[in-house]
Every structure is written in C-alpha cells, then in structure tokens.
Design a protein around this ligand. Sequence first.
Ligand code: HEC
Ligand code: HEC
Ligand code: HEC
Length: 88
Amino acid sequence: MKKTIIALLACVAFAGTAMAAPDVIEMKRGVKFDHKAHQAAAGECTKCHATAAGGKIEGFGKAWAHEKCKGCHADMKKGPTSCKECHK
Ligand code: HEC
Ligand code: HEC
Ligand code: HEC
C-alpha cells in the first residue's frame, strides 16, 4: 500500500515538472507573453486552454492571438490592443 502511494506521488511530481507552465513565453515578432501574470489576471486556465491542465494550444498563432489576446484586452479594458504594445 505504502509503495503504491509513493509511486503515485512520484508520478504526480513528474507530471508537474513535465507540464510546468513557463513564466514568460517569447512569441513571434517580439511578443513577450507573461504567462504567470496572465494566470493571475485572467483567473481561469480555461479562458485560454481547452482544459484546466493547460498545455499546447491547438492552432495557436496569429489568428488565435489577434482574436483571443486582443479580444480579452478589449473586453476587460485592460492590456494592450495596439500593434506596438504587443510587438516590441
Ligand atoms: C491568458 C491566456 C492563458 C491563461 C489564462 C493560461 N495560459 Fe497557459 N499558455 C497560454 C499560451 C498562449 C501558451 C503557449 C501555447 C502554445 O505555444 O501552444 C501557454 C502555455 C502553457 C503551458 C506550456 C505548454 C507547452 O508545453 O509549451 C502550460 C503547461 C500551461 N500553459 C498551463 C496553464 C495553466 C495550468 C493555467 C491556469 C493556472 C494557464 N496555463 C493559464 C495562455 C494562457
Ligand atoms: C482572458 C483575458 C486575457 C487574455 C486571453 C490575454 N490577456 Fe494579456 N492581459 C490581460 C489583462 C487583464 C492584462 C492587464 C494586467 C494588469 O494590468 O494587471 C493583460 C496584460 C497584457 C500585457 C501587458 C502587461 C504585460 O504582461 O507585459 C501584454 C503584453 C499582454 N497582456 C499580452 C497578451 C498576449 C500576447 C496574449 C495572448 C497570447 C494575451 N495577453 C491574452 C488579460 C488577457
Ligand atoms: C494583444 C497582443 C497583440 C496585438 C495587439 C497585435 N498582435 Fe500581432 N501577434 C500577437 C501574437 C501573440 C502573435 C502570434 C505569435 C506566435 O505565433 O508566436 C501575433 C502574430 C502576428 C503576425 C504573424 C507573425 C508571424 O511571423 O507569423 C503579424 C504579421 C502580426 N502579428 C502583426 C500585427 C499587427 C500589424 C498588429 C496591429 C494591427 C498586431 N499584430 C497586433 C500579438 C498581438
């Protein structure tokens, strides 16, 4: 029983490292996305991710970003909506 629990804990710890979200993600054209700040500012992982576990976003790129990133900033009246504020 004890061994099973230890094995389970090891799995959880490993999964934690494997899926650890980066603090800041460097994107194309000079966009620096502060993932850590967004986790706090946006509230829920599912505002951007399909599930609360996060991970790669399918189809991530220009269209996704201009719709979702800019869209949320406009809705919340917080965060950049002009080209140069995101593309440095
Ligand atoms: C404001 C949007 C947003 C929020 C909120 C957010 N994320 Fe992310 N996250 C992203 C973007 C964008 C990426 C980069 C995706 C890509 O390159 O496919 C990412 C990447 C990740 C990655 C790394 C994926 C990889 O393998 O490179 C993990 C893990 C992750 N997020 C987990 C989370 C978790 C857990 C939460 C909630 C606590 C969360 N995210 C909240 C936007 C967000
Ligand atoms: C669900 C809402 C939401 C989404 C989606 C979102 N943001 Fe934001 N973003 C915010 C909020 C809220 C702030 C303001 C945070 C503050 O002022 O405390 C912000 C601030 C920023 C800032 C300025 C502050 C900083 O972190 O440097 C940048 C740049 C930014 N966002 C880029 C992005 C990019 C790029 C994406 C898409 C990959 C994105 N955001 C998606 C809500 C969002
Ligand atoms: C809220 C932040 C934000 C704003 C505002 C924004 N962009 Fe972007 N843009 C991004 C992100 C994030 C990507 C995708 C980066 C990636 O795929 O790594 C992107 C992608 C692009 C690309 C494609 C880059 C490539 O090599 O694939 C172009 C071109 C672009 N943006 C131009 C613009 C222009 C022009 C404006 C103003 C009209 C603008 N963007 C406004 C965040 C933003």
